[in-house]
Design a protein around this ligand. Structure first.
Ligand SMILES: Nc1ncnc2c1ncn2[C@@H]1O[C@H](COP(=O)(O)OP(=O)(O)OP(=O)(O)O)[C@@H](O)[C@H]1O
Length: 483
């Protein structure tokens, strides 16, 4: 439906005039033809008349819900892609958009540049048109809460993955919601009629992991009195969630790799291969690339599992989610029979200041404790501060929890990067940051070897000449006469 100049036509439906204007101008500037309407009915007429190369639709419109239009559009014009925009930026909206066959879902407010990129992608001809899935899930079974940009990105990824069986690797600190995301992938995915089976590698004795996963025959090992069904078999037709995959022992890794390669497994002590029919979702709080470097995790297995990576950011990187999550957890506490509570404005501010080393789980526990222990209906900042203080590990003075080197580095780097955000040009960041790490490292190594450069070089794993050069470059003090 290009015009004589080859321009593609975008159909826009949104009842907000300002959005129609902004979108129309931005798209026109990028060389597209635009038709915009405030009603779903007009959009539908245009589609039926064969107009347009792409649809951009809002969800809530006065006459009809944009999401309901998507499957209808896909039925009459399967080649016409639909981008859904919504201010109701919840996980459920993202899932519904994906399940009804939308090409992409954009939570409002969106960045115009991002929108233009999505439009350009949507106009690339598709090879095979996926039919809109028939059955769909609308129940709000397992809410993932949070509206931060980081969570929006996760909703979009999860929503897209619900229409596939791809293997997913979820990484994130403890308590960031990895299991919740794994369950959402299952509950809203194609395999939802099947079972969701979870196994935590860190919670099972190493020598039993293989038989737990793949099952065993009677007499396969001492104590195997009867045939045991493994999780692969239990999860047939559904999803197998391999939690703390980084803790899997090497032999089990090799066996799992073979299963992923060959699509079948044998029980421990058994000989007949069984077809594996599971979708694998793995999770870890460990840095698997480091585990690979240390020889603790098989690289080939990593690549088999890391088909679609999802990184869950720690709570301190999305403090804007704290109010929603805190209220959500208070609701959950109430549903579990605890008294109803709310948080004062100051209390909420106090929550945002905390570092949350235990992430959403820590917040959930705190809300439950406050609901159970605090007599007033409105929880104030002092109560929050007192409970946070109580919960700190005793060995850690000043309320700080142990910080890993990576977290400490990240915290410091924020200031480097924020200068750029504040509009100051930042240059040579890589070199400057590395120098910041190198300087104390070399200084400490030299101090530990009392200035002996040969010993320091060997301790650092550096060539002695390289160390000398670095000492000069970094202008480090040299203890003379020792080296
Ligand atoms: N975005 C979220 N919305 C609502 N609840 C959440 C969210 N993230 C986490 N939770 C809740 O926080 C708790 C911890 O989440 P979960 O068990 O999924 O974390 P995890 O990353 O798997 O932790 P671990 O690595 O320790 O196993 C759960 O009760 C979960 O329901």
């Amino acid at each position: 439906m290009s015009d004589e100049n080859g321009a593609r036509t975008i159909l826009i439906a949104d009842d907000d005039r300002a959005i129609r204007t902004v979108l129309s101008q931005a798209l026109a500037r990028s060389g597209y033809q635009v038709r915009a309407t405030s009603s779903a009915a007009t959009l539908w007429r245009w589609v039926e008349d064969g107009e347009g190369d792409l649809v951009l639709t809002d969800v809530v419109m006065p006459d009809e819900n944009g999401l309901d239009l998507v499957p209808r559009i896909r039925r009459v014009r399967p080649e016409l892609r639909v981008i859904v925009m919504s201010a109701q930026s919840t996980f459920i909206t993202a899932v519904k958009a994906a399940q009804r066959g939308a090409f992409e879902y954009l939570p409002k407010p969106f960045d115009l540049k991002e929108l233009l990129a999505v439009v350009a992608r949507a106009l690339v001809p598709q090879q095979a048109v996926a039919a809109p899935p028939g059955e769909e899930e609308t129940g709000e079974r397992l809410p993932l809460v949070g509206r931060s940009p980081a969570m929006q990105e996760i909703y979009r990824t999860v929503a897209r993955l619900t229409t596939t069986d791809l293997t997913v690797m979820i990484t994130g600190e403890s308590g960031t919601g990895k299991e919740l995301v794994a369950r959402a992938l299952h509950d809203y995915g194609r395999r939802r009629p099947g079972p969701f089976v979870a196994i935590n590698m860190a919670a099972i004795p190493r020598e039993l992991i293989e038989s737990e996963l793949f099952g065993h025959e009677r007499g396969a090992f001492t104590g195997a009195l009867a045939r045991g069904v493994g999780r692969f078999e239990q999860a047939a037709g559904g999803t197998l969630f391999l939690d703390e995959i980084g803790d899997m022992p090497p032999e089990a890794q090799t066996r799992l790799l073979r299963v992923l390669q060959e699509g079948e497994f044998t029980t421990v002590g058994g000989r007949t291969p069984v077809k594996a029919n599971v979708r694998i979702v793995a999770a870890t709080h460990r840095d698997l690339r480091q585990a690979i470097r240390q020889g603790l995790f098989r690289e080939d297995l990593f690549y088999r599992l890391n088909v679609v990576p999802i990184r869950l950011p720690p709570l301190r990187e999305r403090i804007e989610d704290i109010p929603l999550l805190a209220r959500h957890f208070l609701e959950r506490a109430k549903a579990a029979g605890l008294p109803a509570k709310q948080l004062s404005v100051d209390a909420m501010e106090r929550l945002k200041e905390h570092r949350w080393p235990g992430n959403a789980r820590e917040l959930e526990n705190l809300m439950r404790r406050l609901a159970a222990l605090y007599p007033q209906e409105t929880i104030d900042a002092d109560a929050v501060a007192a409970e946070l203080f109580e919960a700190e590990p005793a060995a850690e003075p000043r309320g700080e929890s142990p910080e890993t080197l990576e977290q400490a580095v990240e915290r410091h780097l924020q200031s480097f990067v924020s200068a750029q955000r504040d509009g100051l040009p930042v240059r040579d960041l890589y070199g400057r940051v590395l120098a910041e790490v190198e300087r104390p490292l070399l200084r400490l190594a030299l101090a530990a070897t009392r200035g002996n450069q040969i010993k320091a070089a060997s301790m650092l794993g550096l060539n002695r000449n390289t160390l000398r050069k670095k000492i000069r470059e970094l202008d480090l003090p040299v203890v003379r006469g020792v080296s």
